[in-house]
Design a binder for this molecule. Structure first.
Ligand code: SF4
Length: 287
């Protein structure tokens, strides 16, 4: 006799307060048809479309000269002081939706620099959050993995922060590797992974403890934190699929599966999660 398929939703998933506050700001009727967002507000195609539908314009950071509105918004990922000052100097009114936890990261990186540490950001060099942090520092290194450790050659006092969406175990491994890097005498590590990201990562651990045999991870394909949630499942040898929307689900993934875990990154809206859950339920015959 076949056992009924179970579906378990992660205890913490979906849009975090930082992203939600930024979306709410951008959708404020005050800004209708008169706001340009510089960079992706969220790494999520559905939310980006909703913003566009509400008359919000979105430009990349190298397209500032094409902005035609007076009001511009800095996203939840933040930006350097220089970027903000440049925008003001061009005559824009800058509305800053930087998440408070990203502001904390900026402050701590500067604190380390002020105290004489060589600042190191563990993260992805081209991620907008990391670029914003680097823009406020005189000199710093970005370390993504062990291959980048040579960037620390010649430095002896290393002060480390991390991109807010990183995986704690990966960061701790890298901090240990930095401590052992030749020439490094002293290391100060400040954990700047944000709490909502930790909550979502911990909730994956709970799903894995409940013996899921398939993970469905919902979020934009460019969303760093969503990719990391999928990695956490794959690293335990469990099949996982990163999707952006319900239509991406392939019924073939569910053949023979008995316990499906569903989770979502910090910029995935609730209605997308519900649509995915509904379609999974239909595919496995629970609806
Ligand atoms: S993921 Fe964390 S740091 Fe980024 S916006 Fe959300 S709460 Fe803020």
């Amino acid at each position: 006799m076949n056992l009924p398929v179970r579906i378990t939703l992660a205890q913490a998933m979906g849009t975090c307060f930082g992203v939600q506050d930024a979306i709410d700001m951008a959708l404020d009727p005050e800004f209708k048809d008169r706001l340009t967002i510089v960079g992706q507000l969220v790494h999520n195609p559905q939310t980006t479309q909703r913003l566009r539908d509400n008359g919000v314009r979105i430009v990349e950071r190298d397209q500032v000269d094409s902005i035609t509105t007076e009001a511009v918004m800095i996203t939840a990922h933040g930006a350097s002081d220089t970027t903000k000052a440049d925008l003001r100097a061009k005559g824009f009114t800058v509305y800053d939706a930087t998440c408070p936890l990203v502001i904390r990261l900026h402050k701590l990186a500067r604190f380390l620099e002020r105290e004489g540490w060589f600042p190191v950001v563990i993260g992805e060099e081209n991620h907008v959050e990391v670029r914003g942090v680097l823009g406020n520092l005189k000199r710093a290194a970005v370390i993504r993995d062990e291959k980048d450790l040579s960037r620390l050659d010649g430095e002896s006092r290393i002060g480390i922060v991390t991109q807010t969406t990183n995986r704690l175990e990966k960061v701790q491994k890298l901090v240990a590797a930095i401590r052992n890097h030749p020439g490094v005498n002293e290391v100060r590590f400040i954990d700047t992974i944000c709490q909502p990201v930790k909550d979502r990562q911990r909730a994956i651990g709970t799903l894995l403890d409940q013996d899921i045999d398939l993970g469905v991870v919902i979020g934009g394909f460019t969303s760093a934190n969503t990719r990391k949630l999928a990695e956490l499942i794959l690293d335990r040898g469990i099949e996982a699929h990163h999707i952006e929307r319900a239509e991406d689900l392939d019924p073939a993934w569910f053949a023979g599966k008995t316990h499906i875990g569903i989770t979502a990154g910090t910029s995935t809206p609730q209605d997308v999660i519900e649509a995915v859950n509904d379609r999974v339920r239909k595919i496995v015959g629970l609806a």
